[in-house]
Design a protein around this ligand. Structure first.
Ligand SMILES: Cc1cc2nc3c(=O)[nH]c(=O)nc-3n(C[C@H](O)[C@H](O)[C@H](O)COP(=O)(O)O)c2cc1C
Length: 276
């Protein structure tokens, strides 16, 4: 099957698709010709759909993605910079949750939206695992604590050792500082041999976190959990990730018990401007 077809009645031969294709697999021989795929187009097309999305005349259809499958962008729905900035600055890590679980359809919507995060070469190999059950959450937290206790004697960084020690002690005193009694945990994982697997996963989880906040949900990255998922084989096994996958991030998610009223200060950005 041909990689793409051009609706010749609609195409104005403006060459926009040719210029925009990141893989340069569309050519146009002269202003009167219609765009066509290069000989190696099948091999190098990354399936990003930019050609379909950028054509102002709805003339471009990929074999995998028709115009009809790509909804129009509604400018009126886009938030202004002030709203986006306030969203980004006011998002906080939430560590105290109400007991209410997040409906599965809402979690599914968050994940569905995070699919639109960029991925290197448009690989779209970010996978998700959602922990929904309180007993399972507790078991996972317990396994992270087991890992921490095992690691403690080997930790050379004194501050890290004290910090891990405090979390383990808190657990023994009945306080979960790993999964914080959150109702749900969302993991991102990807084939470990994929270039940029970690970046793709982390970016997608950041998208999810921001969209969750827009829904009034609270999230907190679970770094200790992620480290244990990587290095503590009993935990890695219980997660039942597909063969060859690695967990690159996880976030607690639930309804916040309290709302933040102010935006805490952050360090100034350290920037080097290179002019010449
Ligand atoms: C990769 C990563 C791992 C994190 N791991 C943990 C964690 O294990 N436990 C925790 O309470 N917070 C964790 N956090 C949350 C940070 O502590 C938090 O982002 C930081 O203190 C700034 O607070 P804010 O997110 O409210 O701006 C993590 C954040 C990131 C980005």
């Amino acid at each position: 099957m041909c990689l793409f077809t051009i609706n010749q009645e609609k195409c104005k031969r403006d060459g926009i698709c040719v210029k925009d294709c990141p893989a340069q697999v569309i050519v146009q021989e002269g202003k009167r010709a219609f765009p066509r795929p290069t000989e190696d187009a099948e091999e190098f097309c990354i399936g990003c759909g930019h050609c379909v999305a950028i054509c102002p005349h709805d003339a471009f259809n990929l074999s995998t993605m028709s115009v009809a499958e790509c909804p129009p962008i509604q400018i009126s729905l886009l938030p202004g910079p002030e709203a986006v900035r306030h969203l980004l600055e006011s998002r906080r890590s939430i560590r105290q949750f109400r007991e209410k679980t997040v409906p599965r359809n809402l979690l599914a919507e968050l994940i569905d939206t995070a699919r639109y995060a960029p991925t290197a070469s448009n690989k779209q190999q970010v996978h998700w695992t959602v922990i929904e059950h309180p007993a399972r959450m507790r078991r996972l937290a317990e396994m992270v604590i087991d890992f921490m206790k095992q690691m403690l004697p080997a930790l050379t960084d004194e501050r890290m050792a004290r910090s891990v020690g405090r979390i383990a002690t808190a657990w023994d005193q009945g306080k979960d500082r790993v999964l914080r009694g959150a109702p749900n945990l969302i993991l991102v994982h990807s084939p470990a041999d994929l270039p940029f697997a970690e970046t793709d996963c982390v970016t997608a989880l950041a998208y999810l976190e921001l969209y969750a906040y827009a829904h009034g949900l609270g999230t907190c990255w679970a770094g200790y959990f992620t480290a244990a998922a990587k290095f503590h084989s009993p935990l890695t096994e219980i997660l039942e990730l597909p063969p060859g996958h690695q967990c690159y991030g996880a976030a607690l998610i639930g309804y916040p018990k309290y709302r933040y009223k102010r935006i805490p200060r952050r360090r100034e950005a350290v920037v080097t401007w290179i002019q010449a």
